[in-house]
Design a protein around this ligand. Structure first.
Ligand SMILES: NC(=O)c1ccc[n+]([C@@H]2O[C@H](COP(=O)([O-])OP(=O)(O)OC[C@H]3O[C@@H](n4cnc5c(N)ncnc54)[C@H](O)[C@@H]3O)[C@@H](O)[C@H]2O)c1
Length: 470
């Protein structure tokens, strides 16, 4: 099928590359000329596993890049809108990019088209998109608007797209739903997975995936409700972690105990410094705002957001509790991205914490495997960026772990201990086993677990009185 994808960011680029791998002819549209020319030159503007391979495989063949939205729409049977939906000052989703794309689409509807919302949008958006396309002159019988929310996670976006838990299609007519079924048929029939050059199957993937057809309103709500539920799971376990700190229990043990209940499940029970990224914070606010507008005061979401913010303040208090004064201290920081596997720093708790530490007069030497270039654009010059984790630790008063990159969990602990000025690790992602850290001579502080002190630390070197939760 010929498909236009409007917006070549994290979602649009991955969607376009994956559709091409499923055999479709894709035009990726963007209004950022610089981005388009970089893409045409073979650059890959985001850090995503398998994306460079897919773009190299299909660039100039099944994938074309264009700034001509209307031309792309005329050439396509389906048009996916994947532009940003950032928050406004009041927390609602800013749908002006979606509206402007809908307006432009209108002038190019010359035969039956399915216009698909891929961006995360509040309930009723598909009705508005339909209204805008009609208001600008398109024949109502010549197009349908569908909702096909995207559930990919940055860092594993390509695998998530090609091996989804489910595909949700919100459509108001059979004809429209059928177009979406055809687009995803290589996945739902299993044909894609039999291809010798298919992207490797991740461990947990159930294939073939189910395609769930709903109304457009339900599909829009499925996306907001999914993100709200996942954020709630993170805030829930962070709240439990705080109780664990108060009573000296171990939140990892608690996670194992509750996560083995099949009704709860172990995933997303990861205590830490809170969620971030371009989706959860904005989608929760947008869901809360649209619920309110529709007459429901979703206060549970307020609490999820409050716990998430408090989690960063708790971590800062922990750093102060361990290091006493902060002015002039040199801190090694591992991780700047909002989570492991991505270069995205939007709403990254790691960045917010580094900014706060800089305000308090700390000097920071930071390392992130992918996000340092982006971090340089938002952090001030008091940050030194290093070539690896060991250089970040070298001579530091303490090491802070702020992003859960897999490579951080595999560091040479003996080497790390030798490099640090003081053997103190404050881990916001619970990457290490406290007993192993103590055995390697560290004073180790994590989230929701008792602190571990180096077995060989002289009693006088332990910090006085207060526990980290007080
Ligand atoms: N990033 C994620 O992990 C993720 C996951 C699921 C859903 N989403 C949702 O997908 C949507 C897109 O997110 P993203 O992270 O890809 O955003 P992004 O900012 O990375 O990309 C948006 C792209 O749209 C382009 N654009 C904006 N207006 C345009 C226009 N009028 N014409 C053509 N191009 C235009 C921008 O130049 C940019 O390249 C959002 O609604 C987001 O909530 C994101």
């Amino acid at each position: 099928m010929r498909i236009a994808v409007v917006g070549s960011g994290y979602v649009g680029l991955v969607t376009g590359a994956c559709f091409a791998d499923l055999g479709h002819e894709v035009v990726l549209v963007d209004n950022d000329e610089q981005k388009l020319s970089a893409l045409r030159d073979g650059e890959v503007p985001i850090h995503e596993r398998f994306l460079p391979e897919l773009l190299a495989r299909h660039r100039g063949q099944r994938i074309k890049f264009s700034g001509d939205l209307q031309g792309a729409v005329r050439d396509s049977a389906a048009v996916f809108i994947a532009v940003g939906t950032p928050p406004t000052e009041t927390g609602d989703a800013d749908l002006s990019y979606v509206e402007s794309v809908a307006r432009e689409i209108s002038g190019a509807v010359d035969s039956y088209k399915v216009v698909v919302e891929k961006s995360t949008v509040p309930v009723y958006t598909s009705q508005w998109v339909r209204t805008v396309i009609m208001r600008n002159g398109a024949d109502p019988a010549s197009f349908d608007v569908a909702s096909n929310p995207e559930f990919l996670r940055e860092g594993t976006a390509v695998s998530d797209f090609l091996f989804p838990d489910r595909i949700v299609v919100g459509a108001e007519s059979d004809r429209c739903a059928q177009v979406l079924r055809e687009i995803y048929a290589p996945l739902t029939s299993g044909a894609y997975y039999a291809q010798p050059d298919a992207i490797p199957r991740p461990d947990r993937a159930q294939i073939p995936p189910r395609l769930i057809v709903t109304s457009t309103k339900s599909a829009e709500l499925i996306k907001h409700a999914s993100n709200a539920f996942l954020a709630m799971k993170i805030s829930f376990i962070n709240a439990v972690a705080s109780v664990c700190e108060s009573v000296g229990a171990d939140v990892q043990q608690v996670c194992e105990g509750i996560g083995t209940d099949s009704r709860i499940g172990p995933r997303f029970l990861n205590p830490g410094i809170g969620y971030g990224g371009s989706c959860f914070p904005k989608d929760l606010m947008a869901f809360r705002a649209v619920a309110k507008e529709c007459g429901y005061d979703f206060r549970l979401l307020d609490e999820v957001i409050r716990i998430n913010e408090e989690q960063r303040h708790r971590f800062l208090r922990k750093v102060r509790g361990v290091l006493w004064t902060l002015r002039g201290k040199r801190l090694g920081v591992l991780g700047l991205a909002f989570k492991g596997g991505t270069d995205d720093i939007r709403e990254s708790p790691a960045i917010l914490l580094v900014q706060e530490l800089l305000r308090e007069g700390c000097r920071i030497s930071a390392y992130d495997p992918a996000a340092m270039e982006r971090a340089k654009e938002v952090l001030n010059s008091n940050v030194e960026y290093t070539l690896d984790a060991y250089e970040a630790a070298s001579g530091a008063d303490a090491l802070l772990v702020l992003t859960e990159w897999e490579e951080f969990a595999a560091l040479d602990l003996a080497r790390l201990r030798k490099l640090l000025k003081y053997p103190i690790v404050i881990d916001g992602r619970n990457l290490y086993d406290p007993a192993v850290m103590a055995a390697h001579g560290f004073s180790y502080h994590s989230v929701g677990r008792p602190e571990a002190q180096a077995n060989d630390l002289p009693a006088g070197a332990r910090r006085p009185g207060k526990t980290e939760h007080s």
